[in-house]
Design a protein around this ligand. Structure first.
Ligand SMILES: Cc1cc2nc3c(=O)[nH]c(=O)nc-3n(C[C@H](O)[C@H](O)[C@H](O)COP(=O)(O)OP(=O)(O)OC[C@H]3O[C@@H](n4cnc5c(N)ncnc54)[C@H](O)[C@@H]3O)c2cc1C
Length: 406
């Protein structure tokens, strides 16, 4: 059988893409292949669970547009499928004068991005969040929280009820693109499809290379380590508390996040990982490390970011350093409050010239589309990303059809 579509990867991006393809083309045949026994096991199942509003991103960029759309459609999807979510709002807290300046720039950006944001002075901040200290803050009311694994399970059910098949425990090992079809191999099994969409997250570069693509980037794993506060600190904050991000760094800074189950986490930091899918602290994969050590772009990133990279590494090893970062805005936190919580690992695409790819990165050929970089807030934006990919695939399919008829 030749499927119309084969999707590789059962994270939120692959699942949302499968759902949108079947929504746009009812009756199309679709096979989704996932190497793990459950959906959303990697980045999607190890994140902060925040439905972002899109305040940070350059106005007019794809990231800004997809996040704004995604925030609303994610909430609508959760309502439709009875997935618990909460719109608890988010505070971005400035703790010194440099951060106040950055906060003002962020405020302007929020206005340009059409996001409702409120400026709070130190007194109002203390009134709303008695345990948080700062010179001022921005309040974004629309930010929410959800368990993205539950979203994945619901997306999976929608795909299957629309006629799509999901095959788990299948690790794609190689891909061959021909003029009429794409053949996807996993050990001694194979599937043929007219179009392939690869959404392999932490393995996106390997999947692209296995399909013969000459790519100019590699995935470097950046661990996002969290701690969980004890039960008696569940009400330490009313909304999500974020620092004002340093515009030089690609990550948002460690924050206090109320999770959907009621617990509060602190994190994530951003420290170089030694294994793409090894979650315990000292996980090492010789293959993963070799892959980035042999890539010139990696060394350029390390050189450029050596100061922040060393600080992150130090704070990852020494809990005291990690704690200091949170005490800047939540001074009452103590070392004994930082309980264990599983880390997440970001798939960060790094270009050969040493630039970190901050936006979504897609590589397309005649019959394939590879999602090569889908950084935060891709969980929030997954449904509009899926819609955009479905649109691209369907217009390409019709082009093929027209060529065949001519
Ligand atoms: C620490 C952290 C915090 C974050 N916080 C947020 C947040 O609060 N809000 C937000 O919007 N975003 C957040 N993000 C970003 C978000 O989680 C990711 O952008 C998103 O989950 C990416 O989804 P994905 O489907 O591309 O990747 P993944 O979820 O990693 O899915 C890729 C899938 O492909 C499968 N796969 C890989 N190789 C193969 C193969 N060879 N064969 C078959 N299957 C394969 C994997 O098993 C996996 O299931 C965070 C990310 C991290 C790491």
């Amino acid at each position: 059988m030749i499927y119309d579509y084969c999707v590789v990867g059962g994270g939120i991006v692959g699942l949302a893409t499968a759902m949108k393809l079947l929504e746009r083309q009812p009756g199309a045949s679709l096979m989704l292949l996932e190497k793990e026994p459950t959906l959303g096991k990697h980045q999607t199942g190890h994140n902060s669970g925040v439905i972002h509003s899109g305040i940070y991103y350059t106005p007019g960029s794809l990231k800004a547009e997809l996040c704004r759309k995604g925030a609303q459609v994610t909430k609508d999807f959760c309502t439709e499928h009875a997935i618990p979510f909460e719109v608890c709002g988010k505070l971005l807290v400035a703790t010194d004068h440099i951060e106040v300046e950055r906060m003002n720039t962020l405020y302007e950006r929020a206005i340009l991005n059409n996001i409702d944001v409120e400026r709070l002075d130190a007194t109002e901040l203390k009134r709303r969040e008695p345990n948080i200290r700062g010179l001022g803050a921005l309040f974004v009311a629309a930010t929410g929280i959800v368990d993205y694994k539950l979203v994945c399970d619901a997306l999976g059910r929608v795909v299957q009820s629309a006629g799509g098949s999901i095959n788990m425990g299948v690790e794609v090992s190689s891909i061959q693109e021909g003029s009429e079809e794409v053949v996807v191999n996993a050990g001694d099994r194979s599937w043929a499809a007219r179009r392939l969409i690869a959404c392999a997250g932490l393995q996106s570069d390997r999947i692209a290379r296995s399909a013969g693509l000459d790519i100019d980037f590699r995935i470097v794993p950046f661990r996002g380590e969290y701690y969980q506060l004890p039960l008696d600190k569940n009400h330490i904050v009313n909304s999500l508390i974020y620092p004002i991000p340093d515009p030089e760094l690609p990550f948002l800074g460690i924050h206090l996040t109320r999770m959907i189950g009621g617990r509060v986490t602190v994190g994530p930091n951003a420290v170089l990982g030694f294994a793409r899918e090894g979650y315990p602290k000292f996980s090492v994969s010789a293959r993963d490390v070799r892959d980035y050590l042999s890539f010139p772009g990696f060394w350029k990133v390390m050189l450029r970011n050596r100061k922040s990279g060393t600080a992150e590494m130090k704070n990852s090893r020494l809990k005291q350093g990690y704690l200091k970062q949170c005490q800047k805005y939540c001074p009452d936190l103590r070392l004994e409050d930082l309980g264990p919580y599983e880390a997440g690992i970001r798939a960060q695409a790094v270009m050969r010239d040493g630039n970190l790819v901050n936006d979504f990165l897609f590589v397309e050929t005649d019959r394939m589309l590879h999602v090569c970089n889908a950084p935060s807030p891709a969980a929030t934006s997954a449904i509009p990303i899926g819609e955009m990919i479905a649109e691209k695939c369907i217009s390409k399919m019709s082009l093929h059809e027209q060529r065949r008829r001519a």
